[in-house]
Ligand binder design. Structure first.
Ligand code: P6P
Length: 341
């Protein structure tokens, strides 16, 4: 039987390996996983909301029923602000940064998060996720400042996501590789299930919303046409897999190989996805797993955001698939590349 390593045990092992570690991550990830377990329970019960009396605006206890993404936002915020490790948070659900209540001490980190990405999919029982990014405080403001949250991807000290799917998984990196933990509900623990995840260099899946085809730049149209017809993948083109839930689409491509694309288009000139709590954390993970992430011009990790909720075009996944896409976006002759393959 594989040795059972809990999330806490994993961080204690990592702490021993890096003597300079002060145990901050062990505490932070322990609280993150605690909040993730509660959100997982709420996500799994969502389908029963009408049956178990959470219909309309009040539940059987007569409490206000919150939309799941607001509920997730509150659960993560309340779990993380009392630790004394964060000086501020940012969330897709809040226009401004979230400050640590005065009764709690502040710390040297900030956390940017999308507390429940793709929550509109919950009604049709499609997997959804939480995405988070952890950075060191850079301002001298004792209780944090927006500039602590608005930093380039390469400044991240850790990043991860929780996938609420057929099982609940927590996947993270702190720069020492990518690790995946699967929640064992019978004991309420996240157990190490994927150590040092590596994304295959090439993949057979591409993920893009084909419904926007008429709005894509020509280079994207040419690339998609190419990968549909390319005979490189065992004699047939790549397969389209897109469920409209970023974490789920990303996780499949991370494990199986492939590329996710959300280009800018005439409807969304900056793209749709957010830099700080969607693109940057997933870019950190995919690079640590041997993949690539770009906005079509620059590595995501090298981009310096200017605004808290800044959007950005996002292309990430298997290194060779991203390279071929970049050849199309830079109008390079891809025939020579194909002949090399
Ligand atoms: P579209 C969900 O709303 C989300 O933010 C991501 O999870 C997902 O990848 C994307 O939007 C889907 O967007 O425009 O294809 O519906």
């Amino acid at each position: 039987m594989k040795s059972i390593i809990s999330l806490e045990r994993h961080f204690l092992d990592q702490q021993r390996r890096y003597p300079e570690a002060r145990g901050d991550f062990t505490k932070l990830f322990s609280e993150l996983s605690f909040a993730a377990k509660i959100v997982s329970r709420e996500v799994n019960r969502a389908g029963l909301a009408d049956i178990i009396g959470r219909a309309g605006r009040t539940n059987i206890q007569g409490e206000d029923v919150q939309k799941l993404d607001i509920l997730a936002n509150n659960i993560f915020t309340q779990s993380l602000t009392h630790l004394g490790l964060l000086c501020a948070l940012s969330s897709e659900e809040d226009p401004n940064i979230i400050r640590v209540p005065d009764e709690y001490p502040t710390g040297n980190y900030v956390l940017n998060m999308d507390p429940l990405d793709g929550s509109s999919n919950i009604d049709v029982n499609v997997s959804i996720g939480t995405i988070f990014s952890i950075l060191r405080k850079v301002s001298y403001a004792p209780r944090g400042d927006e500039i602590d949250c608005i930093q380039p991807g390469y400044k991240q000290v850790a990043a991860g996501y929780v996938l609420y799917g057929s099982s609940t998984m927590l996947v993270y990196t702190s720069g020492q590789g990518v690790f995946g933990f699967t929640l064992e509900p019978s004991i309420g623990e996240f157990l190490l299930s994927h150590s040092q995840i590596r994304i295959p260099k090439t993949g057979k899946y591409y993920s893009i919303n084909e419904g926007y085809q008429n709005k894509w730049p020509e280079s994207i149209r040419n690339y998609i046409q190419h990968i549909k017809l390319s005979k490189n993948k065992g004699g047939r083109g790549m397969s389209h897999r897109y469920i409209g839930s970023l974490v789920a689409d990303f996780h499949r491509n991370l494990l199986k190989g492939g590329i996710f694309l959300y280009p800018a288009d005439s409807k969304a000139p900056e793209g749709k996805l957010r830099y700080l709590y969607e693109a940057a954390p997933l870019a950190f993970i995919v690079e640590q797993a041997g993949g690539k992430a770009t906005d079509g011009k620059t590595d995501i990790m090298k981009i310096s955001p200017k605004r808290l909720h800044q959007r950005i075009p996002l292309f990430l996944g298997s290194a060779e698939e991203v390279d071929i896409l970049m050849d199309f976006m830079n109008n390079k002759d891809i025939k020579s590349r194909e002949q090399q393959q």
